[in-house]
Design a protein around this ligand. Structure first.
Ligand SMILES: [Zn+2]
Length: 434
């Protein structure tokens, strides 16, 4: 409840549209920010766990949230349905019976003990922007579909982005047999949710009928806050290389083996970690993380003989990432040689970068400028539903500043003032492309 109180709190530099002189647009007066913040609070109360927000894909809270979101869509002048993969799809019909559709949205599933903005923000902004058009009797020369995706966080099943992939036509039907921790398969969970998994392939969109997909989302990082900007336009979603480095040394007695005679796997790994960090720091948008390190069988009085650590390398440029992977592999080998150990980086998982469409992104940036903000372009280090549409339909993303860059945490926060700017930008974007 203290979070609820915090939502209304203004911080220095977080002024609403009116305070920044955008009153002439009328959006400040329409109170997008406060309305959206209130709805996010309402949605955050729909949880699988008492006292904290956990809304797993196809769980009971997801079902309730889907109904709530569908009711908001209908109130905003849309027809609403739950599709075969559990997405809530709201449709605001076009002015004429033209064939084109613009998709907006984000996701309503969450991690465990989540914040209220990740995903939900993009869904609620889209609904409110359509509602404003509906209330003023405005139609566009294209239909708008607002999609509340259901499987973005990948908490319940092994694969993820099932909702967006079904629309993209790239859903792998084998994923229906994935079984979660509770012993329930994806197929069973879909049926329990009220979906018909046998109709899943019918949800695939026709790329020639879709203008594109535009998603607003909290940044989940600290860059916009550092630059004192309420919104930013995403350039690309980072590609990822993930794997495991295994360092083999020689275990020995901590007291009896003199320092020059050791092959200490952990000390070698430590040198590798610093070298990896330095390599990532040498380029602006390259990041590398060793998030987990194990010393199997390690004890206080044993020289470590074996170390394994995970490695996650990301960049919006695939060439840059692959070069970094190659350099890091060479560095690991060189450090291993110099220390008398052996080491190997085994790549387990690779995803190419997904590039936002220049045309849609420029329109989004110009729309934000109309709302009084010159947004910066920035890559997304986190994955999003939008990446499922890479090379299928054009897509663009608008990031909203979040306090301290904190996400996947109940302390996650975006101010009503910043949300107002994002809603203004999205609404102006619709007018521009119309
Ligand atoms: Zn998200």
């Amino acid at each position: 409840m203290s979070d609820l109180a915090r939502l209304g709190e203004a911080r220095p530099g977080e002024a609403g549209l009116g305070d920044k002189g955008f009153g002439g647009m009328g959006f400040g007066d329409m109170g997008f920010g406060e309305t959206i913040a209130t709805r996010l609070t309402e949605l955050a109360a729909v949880s699988d766990e008492a006292g904290r927000l956990t809304r797993l894909y196809l769980g009971p809270a997801h079902r309730k949230a889907a109904d709530l979101v569908a009711s908001w869509m209908r109130e905003a002048g849309m027809s609403a349905r739950i599709d075969a993969v559990g997405n809530v799809v709201g449709r605001y019909r076009a002015r004429d019976s033209g064939p084109l559709t613009l998709m907006l949205g984000s996701h309503i599933d969450t991690v465990r003990n989540a914040g209220r903005f990740d995903g939900a923000l993009g869904v609620v902004i889209a609904i409110e922007v359509v509602k404003a058009a509906f209330k003023s009797g405005k139609r566009f020369p294209f239909a708008i579909e607002v999609v509340a995706f259901g499987d973005e966080e990948g908490v319940r099943f092994a694969s993820t982005l099932g909702g967006a992939r079904a629309l993209a036509g790239t859903f792998d039907l084998k994923a229906l047999d994935e079984v979660g921790e509770d012993g329930v398969s994806r197929r069973q969970a879909l049926v329990a949710f009220g979906c018909d998994p046998s109709r899943l392939s019918e949800e695939a969109l026709s790329p020639d009928r879709v203008i594109g997909y535009v998603e607003a989302h909290i940044e989940q990082g600290p860059v916009l806050e550092k630059d004192d900007l309420p919104v930013g336009v995403v350039s690309a979603i980072d590609g990822i290389t993930r794997g495991i480095v295994e360092v083999d040394g020689v275990a020995g007695h901590a007291g009896t083996v003199p320092m020059p005679m050791r092959s200490d796997a952990l000390a070698a790994a430590a040198e590798m970690l610093i070298a990896i960090e330095n390599r990532a720091r040498s380029r602006p948008n390259l990041v590398a993380t060793a998030g987990k390190i194990d010393v199997p069988g390690g004890t206080a009085n044993t020289i470590p003989g074996l170390v394994r650590f995970t490695l996650d390398i990301r960049s919006p440029s695939d060439a840059e990432r692959l070069k970094a992977v190659s350099d890091i592999s060479e560095t690991i080998a060189a450090i291993a040689r110099s220390r008398g150990v052996t080491a190997r980086f085994s790549v387990g998982h690779e995803v190419p970068a997904a590039h936002c469409d220049d045309g849609l992104s420029d329109q989004l940036a110009q729309a934000a400028e109309t709302c009084g903000v010159t947004p910066r372009r920035l890559p997304s280090g986190a994955g999003h539903d939008a990446m499922a549409f890479d090379r299928i339909i054009p897509f663009a993303m608008l990031f909203v500043r979040c306090r301290g860059g904190v996400s996947h945490n109940p302390a996650e926060f975006a101010s009503p003032g910043d949300i107002d700017v994002a809603a203004c930008a999205l609404s102006t974007f619709l007018d521009r492309i119309a």
